[in-house]
Design a protein around this ligand. Structure first.
Ligand SMILES: *Cc1c(COP(=O)(O)O)cnc(C)c1O
Length: 397
């Protein structure tokens, strides 16, 4: 038996992040209980029949519902200002499940050209295979978006700020364009999280997260979530129930703990990233820095309006090419050489040969992923140590 969640009407974002979705069992535990169970026992044959038919609400099987997963979903929904949320096994499972629920043969999707690499693969290799067309659009070219709509367009998919060049897309403007064409706007809010950006308030229809990143915050678990109106998330849930990419209750429990410190971490990531971006801008071996927190960044004003801070990911071009970029990366002793982001530990990566390595050289050039580009997901270490770690390589160029 669980008691209902605590009343949180009118509570602030920090309170919601710590408390929303919390229920207590009769044991009276203070931390959220972890329900590691695949199925649930019924009191009678009648109850089993009623649960299966849906006449009686309640748990049946953890591919359908799980109390720990539900707590995570409720907390995310409250943080995003969404009516409902559905958790998935990974961020990619969230994107796939949304597409499977809302698209059919003959439909068309508009997608920002600057999205997570695997999202591009999913849209091109797999959705096209099932008869869904896709057009990739320069994210900040609004007439390009307008021109890309087709009579059969259904979804518009965007990430802002983008990875790795931190391009900032005007969510409100894109929502207006999308709705004029009867399309839903989906925002992958992974880089900002609801602590820094709330796309539903700006007119987006659905939010996607890879919870693997900042929501976990310590690089432990894979997970994802879709948030928005219940009529839409119910469709996504129906697909997950049938197809099976459900979130593990253990991972949901880890994410619940992550959410409790989300805002503090996002502010600290943003503070460190801004300090690092400013410092990099003054290094003679650095050609350009891409971070929306810098006043020189073309998306600065929009980001300042649309986000409450600028996030933890930045990229920069060193003077030279691949050899020089690799020298900086290989000289780092503290920063982890890994493609993950959103971790307390800073990470460094060479996009052209890793995250964007599957693109053709022409596609990479078009996307601005040059051989001298380095991406850093700035963690929570002392900023002077992060700077020193990069200085070691930069001073050799
Ligand atoms: C990592 C990531 C994803 C995919 O999430 P997984 O949890 O790795 O499946 C999707 N979008 C963005 C922006 C990401 O960074």
């Amino acid at each position: 038996m669980t008691t209902p969640e605590q009343p949180l009407a009118g509570a602030g974002l920090d309170t919601v992040a710590v408390r929303a979705g919390t229920r207590k069992t009769e044991e009276g535990e203070h931390s959220e209980a972890l329900f590691l169970t695949s199925s649930y026992v019924f009191g009678s044959a009648q109850e089993a029949a009623d649960r299966f038919s849906g006449e009686q609400p309640g748990n049946v099987y953890s591919r359908y519902t799980n109390p720990t997963v539900r707590a995570f979903e409720e907390r995310i929904a409250a943080l995003e200002g969404a009516e409902a949320a559905v958790a998935t096994a990974s961020g990619m499972a969230a994107i796939l499940s949304t597409c499977m629920a809302l698209l059919e043969v003959g439909d068309h999707v508009l997608c920002s050209r600057s999205v997570f690499g695997t999202t591009t693969v999913l849209f091109t290799k797999y959705l096209q295979k099932f008869g869904v067309g896709v057009t990739f659009v320069e994210p900040t070219d609004y007439s390009g978006w307008e021109e890309a709509f087709q009579p059969n367009s259904k979804l518009v998919f965007v990430e802002t700020p983008s990875n790795p060049l931190c391009e900032v897309v005007d969510i409100q403007r894109l929502a207006t364009l999308s709705h004029a064409r009867d399309c839903l706007l989906i925002v992958d809010n992974c880089f900002c999280t609801p602590a820094l950006q709330r796309p539903l308030e700006l007119g987006a229809d659905l939010i996607i997260h890879s919870a693997t990143k900042y929501i976990d915050g310590q690089g432990r678990c894979l997970g994802g979530v879709v948030a928005g109106p219940k009529a839409l998330t119910d469709e996504v849930l129906a697909f997950i129930r049938s197809a099976g990419p459900s979130l593990s209750p253990f991972n949901a429990w880890v994410f619940l703990k992550g959410l409790e410190t989300l805002r503090l971490r996002m502010e600290a990531h943003s503070r460190n990233a801004l300090a690092l971006a400013q410092w990099l801008g003054n290094q003679p071996a650095v050609e350009t820095v891409f971070y929306a927190g810098l006043e020189t960044h073309p998306g600065h004003e929009l980001a300042a309006r649309q986000q409450s801070a600028f996030g933890g990911v930045l990229s920069f071009r060193v003077k030279g090419g691949k050899a020089e970029a690799w020298k900086v990366i290989d000289s780092a002793r503290i920063l982890s050489l890994t493609a993950n982001l959103g971790d307390a530990k800073s990470t460094i990566v060479h996009p052209a040969t890793t995250t964007h390595g599957r693109l053709t050289p022409e596609q990479r050039l078009e996307a601005g992923i040059t051989d001298n580009l380095i991406r850093v997901a700035v963690g929570l270490e002392d900023i002077k140590d992060i700077q020193q770690d990069l200085q070691r390589g930069l001073s050799q160029l």
